[in-house]
Design a protein around this ligand. Structure first.
Ligand SMILES: Nc1ncnc2c1ncn2[C@@H]1O[C@H](COP(=O)(O)OP(=O)(O)OP(=O)(O)O)[C@@H](O)[C@H]1O
Length: 375
């Protein structure tokens, strides 16, 4: 079932939660709605489900406008972050719920429901647990039951709101892989909400990046990560160094450097240069580049993370290099290095350029301290 979303606006009081959203979803696609808290992901999902009604705009399923249709007529399966299983019902009864409440001839026979429940238990790899109650299951198992319940009605569209948000990292990763395989097997058009970049990039066919009720970019994982359309997407999808520069006659110059790099940008003017830490390299002293002094070196498995201060401005930059990189492996704090970008993104200079927001990583510190350093 393909989905077309046109010009959706939705305000709560006067706050625009969705501010002109347009999106086309192909039949059988697995789509991630990704964005920070409050960006409108859940509101968009709920609007597609029919749990919210837009103030303006149209939503079509398979070419039919369903904007005014109530939720029960939309044929959507819904899974929430917090397992909305019925505690007093067995796993089998939870899965069968959507079929058992159907009226008259729409309700399958007892035997047909039982058979469907067993097929679904098999699909979500929980065969044999049909008589258990939700309290006797792990978090990951409960979410799989929730998914089986959503699939029981053979939905046109499957909607998942942070389905793995409440689970620990390891279970989350396993379920992610499992959901991808399940999706490929069943072919349902699936939309899931997440604020986890890695989850979106790893799982989805296409990622919809949202910010302040608007869509910033739609693309596959390579497009949104390697060719971010806006500064927001660049920043949200990974660490980034942001440095000032200028484009003139299709040539880019970093502030404080005489060297130039070819630029695809036709527009001349002041720019912010966005470079990911792994897109910076250490080069020979004679090569075009920026002079800097190493301030911190952290070795993490196959990676060497180097923090350095630019000679011209003192601004901090971060590099992420391979442990095999001969120019990187022997660096120590205090060393002079020359740094050049492999690739970069250019955006018109923002009025208030943010300083590079990269974590000061404390070597060998416990994870919680590193997290604190980042905040
Ligand atoms: N029922 C409501 N009443 C008032 N404001 C609401 C309501 N639902 C959502 N909002 C507001 O709309 C904005 C978007 O909310 P939404 O839940 O869609 O964001 P989100 O991207 O899903 O965030 P999160 O990741 O935190 O769930 C937020 O500012 C939120 O406070």
């Amino acid at each position: 079932m393909n989905i077309q979303i046109r010009g959706i606006h939705k305000a709560f009081a006067s706050f625009p939660a969705l501010d002109g959203v347009n999106l086309d979803i192909e039949s059988g696609e697995l789509i991630a709605l990704l964005g920070p808290s409050g960006s409108g992901k859940t509101t968009l999902l709920r609007t597609i489900a029919g749990l919210e009604f837009p103030d303006a705009g149209e939503i079509s399923f398979g070419g039919e406008n369903i904007a005014s249709r109530p939720v029960r007529e939309r044929g959507v399966g819904f899974v929430f972050q917090h397992y909305a299983l019925f505690k007093h019902m067995t796993v089998a009864d939870n899965i069968a719920f959507g079929l058992n409440v159907r009226k008259g001839s729409a309700r399958p026979s007892k035997e047909a429901i039982q058979q469907r429940v067993h097929e679904l238990l098999d699909l979500v790899q929980l065969s044999g647990l049909d008589k258990r109650y939700p309290s006797q299951l792990s978090g990951g198992q409960r979410q799989r039951v929730a998914l089986a319940r959503a699939l029981a009605i053979d939905p046109k569209v499957l909607l998942l709101d942070e389905p793995f948000g409440a689970l620990d990292a390891k279970v989350r990763k396993d379920l992610r892989r499992w959901l991808r395989e399940l999706h490929d097997k069943t072919g349902y058009t699936t939309i899931f909400v997440t604020h986890d970049q890695e989850e979106a990039l790893e799982l989805a066919d296409r990622v919809v990046v949202m910010n302040r009720g608007r869509i910033e970019q739609v693309g596959n994982n390579q497009q949104v990560y390697e060719q971010p359309a806006t500064p927001f997407v660049f920043d949200f999808l990974g660490s980034v160094n942001i440095l000032p520069g200028e484009v003139k006659d299709r040539q880019l110059r970093f502030d404080g450097s005489d060297d130039v790099w070819d630029s695809e940008s036709k527009e001349s003017g002041l720019v912010d240069i966005y470079v990911r830490p792994h897109d910076l390299q250490i080069v020979d002293a004679a090569a075009p580049g920026l002079d800097a002094t190493v301030t911190l070196v952290q070795r993490a498995g196959a990676l060497i993370r180097i923090s350095a201060a630019l000679a011209t401005s003192g601004e901090r930059i971060e590099l992420e290099l391979s442990h095999l990189d001969t120019l990187a492996r022997s660096r120590q704090p205090g060393d002079a290095i020359r740094v050049a970008p492999i690739t970069f993104g250019l955006f018109p200079r923002a009025p208030h350029r943010r300083p590079t927001t990269l974590p000061d990583v404390v070597p060998n510190a416990p994870a919680e301290n590193r997290e604190r350093a980042r905040n």
